[in-house]
Design a protein around this ligand. Structure first.
Ligand code: HEC
Length: 92
């Protein structure tokens, strides 16, 4: 009776630490955020050379259209947009 209680407690402890360990592994393998510059160079320079200088509003609208041409995922589109609005001289 006493032994089985101890065993039950031990197995609960083992299961608990196993799930703790696996939780730790997933947090370490978190994917890094997409690199907008790399994405631009990979997907957009197929048809374009350097990004043109446009206003932020024009960039947003155009990149939304170009997202379809370049087959970008939503996260990648956000990254390209961020890259262009930070690194391209924009006019207002
Ligand atoms: C399949 C070829 C193709 C791909 C890939 C592509 N574009 Fe374009 N892009 C074009 C064409 C063609 C135009 C000219 C306007 C039109 O016909 O819509 C254009 C126009 C533009 C313009 C307007 C200014 C200009 O140069 O005429 C911008 C800015 C732009 N693209 C950015 C991008 C970005 C950012 C990406 C990557 C997410 C991208 N493009 C991917 C073909 C492409």
């Amino acid at each position: 009776m006493k032994t089985s209680l101890v065993l039950a407690l031990l197995s609960m402890f083992a299961l608990g630490s196993a799930s703790l360990l696996s939780g730790d592994t997933t947090s370490r393998q978190k994917p890094s955020p997409p690199d907008g510059e790399l994405l631009y160079k990979t997907h957009c320079t197929r048809c374009h050379s350097t990004p043109p200088s446009l206003s932020d509003r024009q960039t947003r609208v155009i990149v939304r259209h170009m997202r379809v041409r370049a087959n970008l995922l939503s996260v990648d589109y956000q990254a390209v947009l961020a890259y262009l609005s930070q690194n391209v001289k924009t006019r207002d």
